[in-house]
Design a protein around this ligand. Structure first.
Ligand code: HEM
Length: 316
């Protein structure tokens, strides 16, 4: 744009708002130039790390969780651009999915920050101040799952037969696979981890389920013309995402948790109180966002022999 065109566009913009363009140009003349720390809100961001103990490695634990939450936010940001786009092309779908997968790959590949980056003795001490909190209570993680697939794929597979599209959201909620980690096995009642989580997030997450009921990634994929559903780049991106979230990330998380909880030091219980080995392993958990995109053999071996990698398809 030339200077004249720019000034004309500014005039038009502010006149359309009923504002005097000259006042805004004068404001531009007097305003402070932008600075990195203001734009990125560095002071606010770096003021959010509050320890509950004096153990230095607690800081690693807090900051790494915060980094995870920021990346979860970036993931949700991309998901929204797929889900709320009414005329999405397969290329755009694939582009956003790959952005999402890259963020999840970052999370998986960096999990050694937890596994290797804290002294066992320190972790065993500061974890006692966190009970009964757990990353399990991350609402953004649940939002990502819900926005990824149809609810039936997140229902505990033991109860899937009791659920169909006419089941209430409340009933679906009570049968989500992750309810298994929220039960006190001695009493059969919900444990404190779950009671606290539901008190804060049950209502907003049920609203989220409604919002994504027909615009989650899987439903959006199925709404594409049949020929686009056979687009090999898109199918591979869908499979990559499913594998990254539900095997790769899950296994990195499991291995980091095992390092501390299986260490033989302190008590081996999860801070949230789950039967964690069984709950967290993909072999048992079997959370799969897009089951139709995997072969029978791949489904049977989920979390057993396809832990490291999976087959990138050449054609369908
Ligand atoms: C040493 C580090 C970690 C340990 C020992 C650990 C341990 C656990 C355990 C035992 C559970 C099962 C629920 C429970 O009883 O608490 C769990 C769930 C979970 N944790 Fe972690 N965790 C660690 C790091 C993280 C990090 C960095 C995140 C990132 C936000 C995270 C996010 C989650 C999520 C989302 C769940 C629920 C997963 C699901 O339902 O499948 N965890 N964690």
């Amino acid at each position: 744009m030339t200077r004249e065109e720019l000034l004309k566009a500014i005039d038009e913009k502010y006149e359309a708002m009923g504002q005097n363009p000259d006042v805004h140009l004068s404001g531009l003349l007097h305003s402070e130039p932008m600075k990195y720390w203001d734009f990125i809100q560095v002071d606010a961001l770096l003021g959010l790390q509050t320890q509950r103990t004096q153990l230095p490695d607690e800081m690693v634990f807090i900051m790494y969780h915060q980094i995870n939450e920021l990346l979860f936010k970036m993931i949700l940001w991309e998901m929204k651009q797929i889900s709320h786009n009414k005329t999405i092309t397969p290329d755009k779908f694939e582009m956003h999915l790959m952005r999402i997968s890259r963020y999840f790959d970052m999370l998986s590949d960096s999990f050694d920050v937890m596994g290797e980056g804290m002294e066992l003795e320190q972790y065993m001490k500061f974890r006692d101040t966190l009970t009964p909190a757990s990353g399990f209570q991350s609402a953004q993680y649940r939002q990502i799952e819900i926005a990824s697939t149809e609810l039936i794929n997140l229902i505990d597979f033991r109860f899937r037969k009791t659920i169909d599209r006419n089941t209430s959201y409340e009933h679906a909620w009570d049968n989500m696979y992750w309810q298994a980690a929220g039960v006190d096995h001695s009493t059969g009642k919900k444990n404190k981890l779950m009671v606290n989580f539901e008190a804060k997030y049950k209502i907003p997450l049920i609203e989220w389920m409604k919002e994504y009921n027909e615009i989650n990634l899987w439903t959006k994929f199925k709404q594409l013309p049949e020929s686009d559903q056979k687009n090999i780049k898109l199918v591979n991106a869908m499979r990559h995402y499913d594998h990254t979230v539900n095997i790769d990330w899950v296994m990195h998380h499991y291995n980091a948790a095992a390092k501390y909880l299986d260490s033989g030091q302190g008590n081996a219980e999860a801070t949230g109180g789950s039967d964690w080995q069984k709950y967290m392993h993909p072999r048992y958990q079997r959370r799969i966002f897009f089951p139709e995109l995997w072969s029978q053999e791949e489904l049977e071996n989920w979390g057993i022999d396809n832990i490291e990698s999976y087959k990138v398809l050449d054609n369908i």
